[in-house]
Design a protein around this ligand. Structure first.
Ligand code: FES
Length: 263
C-alpha cells in the first residue's frame, strides 16, 4: 500500500473516530450536565439522539476496521430466501475424514471459498453455513478468543455470540437471539448486549439500518460419508467431484444419515 493511501485511510478513520467520540461526549453532557438544575425534555431527547448516533457510528467504525482484520463479514442478517435449495446442492466436495472432526462440537472449514460448519455427531455429520443468520458472525466462534464453539445439544447448534439455536439437520431456528436463558447465562454477551441492541433498534429508521433481533433458517448442505470421508453438497457450478455420484436432490434428511464407519 502506498504511504499516501495509508495516510488517507488513517486520516479518515481518525476523523470518524473523533466525530463519534464527540457525539457520545455531547450526548452524555446534554443528558447528565445540562448546565441547569432542571433537565428539560429537549435536553434529554437531544442527548439520547447524540448518544445513539455516537454509539452507532463508533460501532460501525469498529466493524469496518476490526472486521476485516478478524476475517469477519459485515454484520448483516442472512435472509432465508437467499438459501440455495437442496435440489441445487449437487456438487460433492471432500471435506476431510470424519474422525478428524470433533464429536459433538461444530467446526468451521472452507470449501471452495465457502465457510461451512461441519457438525459431527458420532458416526453421522451435517453441514450448514458457518455464518449465523442473525448477524453473520461465525458459528464456531473466533479462534484464540473467549468466544468458542458451543457443544451440540439435542441435535441443535448454538451461536456463541447471541445464543440463537438452529437444528443441525434442517437449519430451522429453535431459539431466537437474546433468549432470556442465554442472556442470564452470559452476563456480557447476553445481559449487556441485549439492551444495547434494543436501544440501537429503537429510533425510527428503515429496517435495514437497524440491528436485527431475529434469526432466520440457516443454509444447510447435504452430507454423505464415503469410506470415512465427509463430502458436502455445494451449489452446482462451485467446483467439486465431477464423477456421477448420487445427487442430494430430494433425499430426506433422515436418509442422509450416514452408515457406521468401518472398524
Ligand atoms: S450472530 Fe448468531 S446469534 Fe447473533
Amino acid at each position: 500500500m502506498s504511504p499516501a493511501l495509508a495516510f488517507l485511510g488513517v486520516s479518515i478513520l481518525g476523523t470518524w473516530g473523533l466525530a463519534s467520540i464527540a457525539l457520545i461526549a455531547g450526548g452524555i453532557i446534554m443528558l447528565f450536565f445540562p448546565g441547569d438544575a432542571q433537565v428539560d425534555g429537549d435536553n434529554v431527547l437531544g442527548g439520547l439522539v447524540l448518544l445513539i448516533a455516537g454509539l452507532g457510528s463508533m460501532g460501525a467504525m469498529v466493524q469496518v476496521t476490526m472486521g476485516p482484520l478478524l476475517g469477519m463479514d459485515p454484520p448483516l442478517p442472512v435472509p432465508a430466501k437467499k438459501n440455495v435449495p437442496a435440489s441445487r446442492l449437487t456438487r460433492w466436495v471432500k471435506a476431510g475424514l470424519l474422525r478428524d472432526f470433533p464429536d459433538g462440537t461444530p467446526k468451521e472449514i472452507r470449501l471452495r471459498s465457502k465457510r461451512v460448519l461441519v457438525i459431527r455427531q458420532g458416526d453421522t455429520a451435517s453441514a450448514m453455513s458457518a455464518l449465523c443468520s442473525h448477524a453473520r458472525l461465525p458459528m464456531a466462534g473466533l479462534p484464540g478468543s473467549p468466544v468458542k464453539p458451543i457443544a451440540v445439544r439435542d441435535g441443535c447448534v448454538t451461536c456463541p455470540f447471541h445464543g440463537a439455536m438452529f437444528e443441525a439437520e434442517s437449519g430451522r431456528v429453535v431459539r431466537k437471539p437474546f433468549d432470556s436463558a442465554w442472556n442470564n447465562a452470559h452476563p456480557f454477551l447476553g445481559r449487556l448486549q441485549a439492551p444495547l441492541f434494543k436501544l440501537l433498534s429503537a429510533p425510527p429508521a428503515p429496517k435495514y439500518l437497524k440491528p436485527s433481533m431475529d434469526a432466520e433458517t440457516m443454509q444447510t448442505y447435504p452430507v454423505r460419508i464415503e469410506n470415512g470421508e465427509i463430502e458436502v453438497g455445494l451449489p452446482a457450478g462451485q467446483g467439486g467431484l465431477r464423477h456421477g455420484r448420487t445427487p442430494a436432490r430430494g433425499v430426506p434428511a433422515a436418509r442422509r444419515r450416514n452408515p457406521p464407519l468401518p472398524a
